[in-house]
Design a protein around this ligand. Structure first.
Ligand SMILES: [Zn+2]
Ligand SMILES: [Zn+2]
Length: 227
């Protein structure tokens, strides 16, 4: 209700074309969907924009699905949502996740929790709000399954430093809800993939059957062989 009130007071404008109504209109949202199909981690050609077998076992994610590349429209939408306190924009972004997300039958929907510091800075947990909006679209509950153990920083770190800084960053919560189940793990942007991979390891150790990452955008800088 607060969101609809905010929309009346300050209606969303499409970040790409300027039309009124939502953070990203349907036409511009459609343009964001990437149809290329390479493994995010190694660049190998794969089916359905997911992960190759070797990277599935190495990074512990059964699949990794993204709406598209973190550029132009998608970047503008994610940044406006995340940094512009446009909480109501989660619905537009969840619509995109719904367009690329696969089967959700009997899956547990969860998310990468945002650090307390970032929640304080932005006024909301953008990943949780996004995951809730997606869960509402697929008529499933959104469950908090992870808690952060520290406020490990990621921005500006090297790839190696990022991998070590996320190790031990999460603990599992409410395992009884996801033991033996397929889990869909929502995040906004995948950069190195180390955060999603670490979260997947924690969920699997706590009893999840499989972990499927579903993200809005992937950064091109870390894709391709030997990167
Ligand atoms: Zn538009
Ligand atoms: Zn791969």
């Amino acid at each position: 209700m607060i969101d609809s009130l905010l929309n009346i007071l300050a209606p969303h404008v499409c970040v790409a074309c300027g039309s009124e109504g939502c953070l990203l209109c349907a036409a511009c949202g459609k343009k964001c969907i990437s149809h290329d199909s390479t493994c995010f981690f190694c660049g190998l050609a794969v089916i359905n924009n997911e992960l190759c077998w070797a990277c599935q076992s190495r990074y512990r994610l059964a699949t990794l699905t993204s709406v598209g590349w973190y550029n132009q429209e998608l970047k503008a939408a994610v940044q406006a949502y995340k940094f512009g306190a446009k909480k109501g924009g989660a619905k537009s972004l969840a619509l995109l996740l719904g367009q690329v997300g696969g089967n959700t039958d009997d899956h547990v929907i969860t998310y990468i929790p945002t650090s307390a510091r970032h929640i304080r800075q932005r006024g909301f947990d953008h990943t949780k709000v996004l995951a809730r909006a997606y869960a509402a679209r697929v008529a499933l509950p959104c469950t908090t399954t992870l808690a952060r153990t520290n406020n490990s920083r990621q921005l500006g770190s090297s790839k190696t430093a990022r991998h070590s800084s996320v190790k031990g960053a999460f603990v599992a919560k409410r395992p009884h809800i996801f033991v033996g189940k397929d889990v869909i793990l929502i995040d906004d942007v995948i950069t190195t993939g180390s955060t999603l991979s670490e979260a997947a390891k924690v969920l699997l150790q706590a009893g999840a059957k499989s972990v499927h990452a579903l993200v809005l955008a992937k950064t091109p800088a870390h894709t391709g062989p030997n990167r």
